[in-house]
Design a protein around this ligand. Structure first.
Ligand code: GDP
Length: 326
């Protein structure tokens, strides 16, 4: 086999120089489903691998309307003003179906997208959650190779996408709204376990007191669920609209990195994430390849008829189809 193609070499050089155009093209390449593009994308990622891993990887989630894009704009600008290069990526497998706002869309972050040291890329808009997530991970590596210091990965707080984003970042930030002051607003227990920090957004105007009360409730809840670990998630109040609290969130992220870095936890976390990513690719690839075989499709149809007609149990039917593997 020849070495990497000319296209790949040129893209790799452009990315190493931090060129945005090369970065954008490379991400398009990794998102492509064409077999020759996949090969090129693999070569490209292989050649850039030594340049990856240096960014602070931050995931951001919250329900629609909580203020994610406003927050990312304010937080991103704060980081840019502090001298960092910031990339914004997104995981939103529903965007192609809903046709709604594609996460990471530049028009939602007009000031940040105009900043010289910011790079914003909308979610890959097609495919399964696993596929979208895998492309986002690759895009993250490309951003790191291009010298971005902080990578923000946005996702909506519905479905499984938070779990997937949490499994690709170092630090997972959950945004919530000031509550009514009497209960934790329907936040899934799983999210309490995923979060590395929680920010109550829209703590401005007459919502300030409510936001403080909500913060106290979450602090108590984290203390119950998460005390005793290496890291107990801090809770802060912020106003993305007024740009307040951005420095506090960044100090928390830096503190988290220092603590986990010192204990070796960060490297372990990343190593686990790489293993998980590999394993999910393997599983997805296996089932896709198997299920797309014509003989398998026919056997599945026959099995389904048997199940519908009560002539075979689902267990026996599945075993018969799987025997085609042998
Ligand atoms: P997303 O759907 O989570 O991305 O939320 P957006 O960033 O689009 O914000 C939804 C709405 O909340 C918009 O009208 C924002 O102007 C508003 N908003 C966002 N952050 C704040 C904030 O800190 N304070 C107030 N008062 N409004 C905010």
């Amino acid at each position: 086999m020849a070495g990497p193609s000319e296209t790949v070499t040129r893209l790799a050089e452009g990315i190493a120089r931090g060129e945005r155009r090369s970065l954008a093209k490379a991400i398009t390449l990794v998102e492509s489903t064409r077999a020759d593009h996949r090969m090129q994308a693999e070569d490209l990622l292989d050649s850039l691998l030594p340049r990856t891993g240096n960014a602070v990887r931050i995931g951001i989630t919250g329900v629609p309307g909580v203020g994610k894009s406003t927050f990312i704009e304010a937080f991103g600008l704060h980081l840019v003003e502090s001298g960092y290069k910031v990339a914004v990526l997104a995981v939103d497998p529903s965007s192609s179906i809903s046709g709604g706002s594609i996460l990471g869309d530049k028009t939602r972050m007009p000031r940040l997208s105009a900043a010289e040291s910011a790079f914003i890329r909308p979610s890959p808009s097609s495919g399964s959650l696993g596929g979208v997530a895998s492309h986002t991970r690759e895009a993250m590596l490309l951003c790191e190779a291009a010298g971005y210091d902080v990578v923000l990965v946005e996702t909506v707080g519905v479905g499984q996408s938070e779990y997937v984003v949490a499994s690709m970042v170092d630090f997972f930030l959950v945004l919530v709204l000031p509550g009514g002051g009497d209960e934790l607003q329907g936040i899934k227990r799983g999210i309490m376990e995923l979060a590395d920090a929680l920010a109550i957004n829209k703590a401005d105007g007459d919502a300030i007191t409510r936001a403080e009360l909500t913060a106290a409730e979450y602090t108590a809840a984290f203390h119950l669920v998460r005390s005793g670990g290496v890291w107990e998630p801090p809770v802060v109040t912020v106003s993305a609209l007024e740009g307040r609290g951005m420095d506090a969130v960044w100090s928390i992220a830096k503190d988290h990195r220092e603590k986990l870095g010192a204990s070796g936890e960060l490297e372990r976390k990343r190593a686990d994430q790489r293993r998980q990513w590999f394993s999910s690719l393997l599983h997805e690839g296996l089932s896709r390849r198997f299920l797309s075989r014509p003989d398998v499709a026919a056997a599945i149809e026959e099995a389904e008829r048997g199940i519908d007609g009560h002539t075979v149990t689902p267990t026996a039917a599945a075993r018969r189809v799987l025997e085609l593997l042998d």
